[in-house]
Write a protein that binds this ligand. Structure first.
Ligand SMILES: [Fe+2]
Ligand SMILES: [Fe+2]
Length: 215
């Protein structure tokens, strides 16, 4: 494994700053998507999980903003407000099962897996700023995966099989859309020292594991 970076490396700092800004922005979008879903969630357990997650994501945004200030990197958004609005609209319009699949399998599980890959390469301050957020993301993914699996088991076998058959393409389509929102994201990962091919292989393995878990 490569050594962690020192923060006096300007190219590293600028690239890590953009990745942190992106992660923070995505957390803000998730916070709003969860808050917007509380009222229509199917039962109390789901409402409580979404409300807790709304609070968790709020804390992540606050921690990351504080760290970006200290780190001295640009906190400006990486994705535009129009793109943000489109993602928010996407989550607002989804039926509950599709919401679980898109938010938890794709954004939360694969997104935080990508962040996890960067942690060993990061400077100590950045690593510390990610500690609480990444711990909470494990809870969010656990809720989403468990809940999706339980919901699927309640469906009649045919509907369930049809949902599962569509699921890989569903995850891939959203992952591609999100990836295309950030041109040059490969270069940012490369500049913080991540091997992009390794990262893709890790994400692809995680995607397989998630699909097996819910099936
Ligand atoms: Fe988060
Ligand atoms: Fe999360």
């Amino acid at each position: 494994m490569k050594a962690a970076h020192a923060i006096d490396d300007d190219s590293y700092r600028a690239a890590m700053g953009r990745l942190l800004a992106l992660y923070t922005q995505v957390d803000g979008i998730i916070m709003e998507a969860c808050a917007a879903r509380i009222a229509s969630a199917p039962d109390l357990e789901a409402k409580l999980a979404l409300a807790k997650q709304t609070g968790d994501e709020s804390r992540h945004v606050q921690i990351q903003h504080g760290w970006m200030r200290e780190f001295g990197t640009d906190p400006a958004p990486v994705i535009t407000s129009e793109q943000e609005a489109r993602i928010r609209a996407h989550f607002r319009e989804l039926p509950w099962l599709e919401f679980l699949a898109d938010l938890y399998l794709c954004v939360e599980a694969l997104g935080s897996e990508a962040v996890e890959q960067v942690v060993p390469l990061a400077d100590p301050g950045t690593r510390e700023s990610l500690r609480i957020p990444l711990g909470d993301e494990l809870d969010h993914v656990a809720f989403g995966v468990t809940r999706l699996k339980a919901e699927l088991q309640r469906l009649d076998p045919e509907t369930r099989a049809a949902f599962l058959a569509r699921l890989p393409a569903r995850i891939d389509a959203l992952a591609t859309t999100l990836h295309e929102l950030v041109p040059g994201v490969e270069a940012l990962f490369a500049r913080v020292g991540a091997d992009y091919a390794d990262l893709c292989a890790t994400l692809s393995q995680r995607r397989e594991d998630l699909l097996q878990e819910v099936a």
